[in-house]
Structure formats: C-alpha cells, structure tokens
Design a protein around this ligand. Structure first.
Ligand code: SF4
Length: 384
C-alpha cells in the first residue's frame, strides 16, 4: 500500500512513531510545505518558540590523516603542502582565549594522525582543562576514538580509552564520522573508516560511562534515499536503548550535514540543493522522535537557510564557531565566524525566541564574557 502524506500527518499529530516507509515517502515527496508543517508541529510540541544557539569555538588539531575518504577535502598527508599538527600548548592557548571571550564550549576534531601517541590526546585535554576550566570539551568523533584505541594498542578496550579521556577532561562526544550507515556507500566513499556497527558501539560505550553525544548523517552524495532512512532508524534504535538503560548518557542532537563537494574526490557531484536541505532537516525531526534536538549547522547549510529551517523542525543553530577547516562553503577560509548578534537576529526575524545554551542544553545567562547557568547565581552574587 502506498503511504501518503495525509496518512503520515495523521500519525504525526497523534504522536505516533513513523516507520521506514513513512520516512521514504517523506524523502520522495516534493510537497515541502506539508513536510515543513509536520516537522514544525513536532518541534513546537517539544520546544515551543525557543531556538537555541551557543558561544563556542572549533579547533582542528591536525589535518594529517591516514585515510583518504573520497568525500573529504580536509585531509592532507604528512609532508604535503598545507599539512599541519598543533602543539597542545597552542591548543590550550586557543582554549584560554575562547574562555576569556566568553565561550562555553570548545569543539575539537581532527584527522587520524598516524604518529601522534595517545599521550598527546590526554595532554591536550588536561592542558585545556588547566587553561580554561569553564570550557566544556566536546571532542573526538567515534572514528578518532577507535583510532586512539588502536594507536594505544588496546583496540578492544573502548571503555578504558573513553574513561582515560574523560578523566583528562573530555566532556562529551560530537556526532561526526557517522556519514551514512551503509556498506556499499562506506566502501565507495570512505573505505577504511569504521563501519556503522563500530560507530554505534563507540557512542553506546560513551553513553554507558555517562557521556552525552551527538549524531550526524552526511547526505547528498552517493547514498540512496533508502540508505538515509536506514541510517535514521539505526540512530533511533540506539537512542531507544540509551534511554532505556539510562546510564547517564544518550544522544542530544542530530546534525544532518549536506555533502559539500569542494575539491574532494567526489567533487564532480553537485551536492544537495536548499530544498533538499530543508526536507532532510524536517525528516530528521519527524523520524527521530526520541532525539530532543535537531541542529542546522550554519557553516554548512549557511545562516540564511538555517534561519528558514527553524520553521522546518530545527531548534538549534549551533554557535559562533570562529575557526573551521573541514568545509569551506563558497571558498570561505578557515576563519568562519558569526556573531551572537547575527544569530539572535536570525532567530528573532524568523519569529522565534533566541536562547543561549551550554553544551548540555542548559540555558545560559550572560553579562559580556561572564556567564552562568540560568538557575545558578552569577559569580560574585550572593543570594539570601
Ligand atoms: S573524513 Fe576524516 S578519516 Fe576520512 S580522510 Fe577526512 S579526516 Fe580522514
């Protein structure tokens, strides 16, 4: 039986879970306004008219990578022009500057460096902790975690590796490296990277030791619409388990990432259009009924489209970012920063209420670079 949008709308309005056929029908539909209305109803049920942003800083510690994923234009080989690796002192200095400028979070990812020892990563975290104790450190995709376990010669000890990183200062995991959970796509576009089962295992392990994490899906390259739906169903299953086990960690946010061709080996592909971006964001909101948040990452979807996506199921625009080396939309450089004023204006103009959050989605109040959680008194304030 063919699934129609009115059938799906009925389920959505009754608060019922959508199945894979529903997800596929949504992705195949050109009725973007009906899809947007459904996603907006779900985001309004969860978040009212609130839209979140944060003040953060991204840091890429190295672009040297042992792999050569076809969709990636970020990686370099050691010795190649443009290859870099940062000393931990440089990273700690960047973190201190971010904290002094009022950031609440540092987001750290990098290539799979073939020579840096495990000690480099724990020292990076502890140096940041020393230099900027208030910054939440969100770092290392599941792919990097598996790489760190390998270089430390304990590939089967993900718990031990994550515990060591947590003890050194790791606060949560970002959602990168998931790409699309399908073996054909994996072998064509990112062979050598971990497969879906391992990616999910890393996040489950993180959740089990009390770390929150995020999830991504990279869409608009060589995957099929069925592959996308399958990916979302696997994420939903993993989240069901995390919430059922309730060990202190689960997925907070899904971040659908559009494929940016740049000068990658798949640079002949066009990448998704704006309408495809909106549809994908909305479908993530509709399919992932157990994820609290859907984020539009303005670096990749652009701020104008992210603003529009607030009416298509999105409730989070990420943050000020500052430095970002992985994708450079429209030939932008590594310095990719937006201001709090621009983020708040985008939210206001779209008819929503901007709320600054920290990494764990607690509301933040602020006076310049001074900040505190909504329900906590500002530093230096006494309460009676
Ligand atoms: S996507 Fe990640 S693992 Fe693949 S080449 Fe790029 S940096 Fe390396």
């Amino acid at each position: 039986m063919t699934v129609t949008l009115p059938d799906i709308a009925e389920k959505v309005h009754a608060g019922l879970r959508l199945d894979a056929d529903d997800g596929l029908a949504l992705l195949q539909s050109n009725d973007i306004w009906s899809i947007g209305d459904m996603a907006h109803a779900v985001r309004t049920r969860r978040h009212g008219d609130v839209a979140y942003y944060n003040i953060n800083r991204h840091m890429n510690y190295t672009n040297i990578c042992a792999l050569s994923c076809a969709f990636c234009s970020f990686y370099r080989k050691a010795g190649q022009a443009g290859a870099y690796e940062h000393d931990v002192e440089v990273i700690a200095r960047e973190a201190r500057e971010a904290q002094e400028a009022g950031a609440t979070e540092i987001h750290i990812v990098g290539g799979l460096h073939p020579r840096l020892p495990f000690r480099y990563y724990t020292e990076m975290l502890s140096n940041i902790r020393g230099a900027a104790p208030r910054l939440h450190i969100k770092a290392f995709t599941a792919v990097e975690i598996v790489h760190l376990a390998r270089i430390d010669r304990r590939p089967r000890d993900l718990v031990g590796v994550l515990e060591d990183l947590k003890a050194a200062g790791l606060g949560s995991l970002p959602g990168g490296g998931a790409e699309v959970f399908d073996d054909r796509v994996h072998d064509e576009a990112f062979k050598g990277k971990i497969r879906s089962g391992k990616w999910i295992e890393v996040h489950k392990t993180a959740h089990a030791i009390g770390l929150m994490s995020n999830a991504t899906i990279l869409y608009g390259h060589i995957e099929s619409l069925e592959d996308r739906v399958h990916h979302l169903c696997l994420l939903r299953e993993a989240q069901d388990e995390a919430l059922r086990l309730d060990r202190g960690g689960h997925f907070q946010t899904v971040i659908p990432l559009p494929f940016i061709p740049d000068d990658s080996a798949l640079g002949n592909l066009p990448g998704p259009t704006g309408l495809e971006d909106l549809r994908m964001l909305a479908v993530c909101r509709l399919m992932l009924d157990n994820f609290a948040h859907v984020k539009a990452f303005w670096i990749m979807q652009t701020l104008p489209l992210s603003q529009l996506s607030l009416r298509f199921g999105v409730d989070d625009l990420d943050g000020t970012v500052v430095w970002y080396d992985i994708t450079k939309v429209g030939g932008s450089g590594t310095h990719q920063e937006t201001t709090v004023q621009d983020l708040r204006r985008a939210v206001h103009e779209a008819g929503f209420v901007p709320v600054e959050r920290d990494t764990l989605y607690r509301s933040v109040r602020r006076h310049g670079a001074e900040w505190w959680q909504e329900d906590a008194a500002p530093a230096g304030t006494t309460t009676s």
